[in-house]
Design a protein around this ligand. Structure first.
Ligand SMILES: NC(=O)c1ccc[n+]([C@@H]2O[C@H](COP(=O)([O-])OP(=O)(O)OC[C@H]3O[C@@H](n4cnc5c(N)ncnc54)[C@H](O)[C@@H]3O)[C@@H](O)[C@H]2O)c1
Length: 313
């Protein structure tokens, strides 16, 4: 299993370490604009692997060195400063970066599954999918996955778990829609051990607290890296081991809740081919409206971006 990680900053380096520590690849290629950084991280991680039971090659490389990757993880980004009020402020610059990288990456690895971490995840995952399909007839929407609300769902389940006194893994509750302000909990279908979890005001507040926690971490540390890295690890493991785990991730939406032409998070079955199925969660009227509002926001971001960039895909 060859995995390439594009963008070796705070997030890309942590993802690289987690994948190497868990032995999920036989070869890990680290690509960064500043090659010395990728080289130093690769060396540090390769030496750490000596303390694990795994055998893998970790190296820095150029785009050509990513050729025939099975999985490509995108954590490449313009810098996000503490003054920024929204992830959407990265959209124009990160679309420009993807326009320069995706055609080359797709040409070298048309079979790869692309996992996008970079923000704003939903609009950017859609752009990546559009750029990729322009450059390869072989690529399918099932190969382009954004981490989406997997990380938000983990934060929400963590809060629910401490209130219910039940392990987060046993709680079946999803945050869906946008990895941003419009995200919502699909509480009408949330369950634990066959019991419904009521949508009382305390739980609605937990959705807000989970959303806010990302900003609290960001405002203090200047970045978030651990939860997102383990979220990526879950997706990668499900692909590598063909687990068919059901995870809420951002994918191309084609008709669910009457939404088209954008990427948003819905629960998806993930295996060796990427997305095997998008599951159609039964939403109530309020949740359906929230999902449609998320779509509206993302579509506006995409349209704005396409109007600003001279040569979109
Ligand atoms: N999806 C999520 O839940 C989630 C969580 C945390 C962070 N993020 C996003 O992940 C991205 C990375 O975050 P970070 O904290 O690691 O940022 P960072 O600034 O530390 O890292 C970005 C890296 O990309 C590199 N880079 C920039 N342009 C490049 C190019 N053209 N070619 C190659 N490399 C290039 C930079 O040199 C840098 O090393 C950001 O967009 C951030 O908002 C997403």
């Amino acid at each position: 299993m060859k995995i390439s990680i594009i963008g070796i900053g705070k997030v890309g380096s942590t993802i690289s370490f987690v994948i190497a520590k868990d032995g999920l690849a036989s070869e890990l290629v680290l690509y960064n604009r500043t090659r010395e950084i990728a080289h130093a991280e690769a060396l540090d991680i390769q030496q750490a692997v000596a303390l694990t039971p795994h055998r893998l090659l970790v190296r820095d490389g150029d785009i050509e060195d990513t050729a025939k990757s099975d999985i490509i993880i995108l954590a490449v980004s313009a810098p996000m400063t503490k003054e920024m009020k929204s992830r959407a402020e990265l959209l124009l610059s990160n679309t420009q970066i993807m326009l320069s990288l995706i055609p080359l990456l797709v040409r070298h690895s048309p079979q790869a599954i692309f996992i996008n971490v970079s923000n704003p995840v939903d609009a950017l995952t859609y752009q990546i999918w559009q750029i990729a399909r322009q450059h390869s007839k072989q690529i399918h929407w099932q190969q382009v996955i954004g981490t989406g609300t997997l990380i938000d769902s983990a934060r929400f389940r963590d809060l629910l778990a401490s209130q219910l006194g039940i392990h987060p893994a046993d709680i079946n509750a999803y945050i869906l829609g946008e990895h941003g302000d419009g995200q919502f909990a699909a509480l009408s279908s949330a369950m634990c051990g066959g019991e419904f979890i009521d949508a009382n005001p305390l739980r609605q507040q937990m959705v807000e607290d989970a959303k806010q926690s990302a900003w609290t971490i960001f405002q203090t540390k200047g970045y978030t890296n651990y939860t997102v890295s383990l979220a990526v690890e879950l997706i990668v493991r499900s692909i590598v081991e063909d687990l068919r785990s059901t995870l809420p991730v951002s994918v191309s939406i084609d008709g669910y809740c009457n939404v088209y032409s954008c990427c948003l998070s819905v629960p998806c079955v993930i295996g060796r081919q990427g997305i095997h199925r998008r599951l159609e969660t039964q939403l109530n009227e309020r949740e359906t409206l929230a999902f449609q509002n998320c779509a509206h926001v993302i579509q506006q971001q995409i349209q704005f971006c396409q109007s600003q960039i001279a040569h979109p895909y």
